[in-house]
Design a protein around this ligand. Structure first.
Ligand SMILES: [Zn+2]
Length: 115
């Protein structure tokens, strides 16, 4: 991180910037971006000011984003539910848990129909 980002006084930060805590309150997180500014809150004489980093609200991301990995996990779970444990064919419907196999298997036809 560079040491050249602007420093603002408390409450004088420009719009569009928020602290990590403010983002959190809005259900957002910085999301990998570096802070773009610092705010300083002066304290009593002789004590160092409180500082907080500011992040771009426009670059913030929801706390629980749908990452590609999460999409893949959901996809895999759905595919597993559509995969017949008997013939191994991925159907276009979920295998009924009450039966446990796809319809052709249930009717004794098995993979012959699947191909
Ligand atoms: Zn089957």
């Amino acid at each position: 991180m560079s040491g050249t980002i602007p420093v603002y006084r408390w409450r004088l930060a420009p719009d569009g910037l928020a602290t990590r805590r403010q983002l959190r309150a809005a259900g957002l997180r910085p999301g990998g971006q570096d802070p773009v500014a610092v705010i300083e809150r002066p304290r009593r004489r002789g004590r160092p000011p409180l500082v907080a980093y500011l992040y771009l609200v426009s670059a913030a991301v929801p706390v629980r984003p749908m990452t590609p990995a999460r999409w893949r996990a959901i996809e895999a779970a759905l595919t597993a539910r559509r995969t017949c444990p008997d013939c191994g064919v991925v159907r276009d419907y979920c295998i009924p848990t009450s039966i446990g196999v796809c319809n052709p298997c249930d009717q004794g036809a098995g993979w012959a129909i699947a191909a």
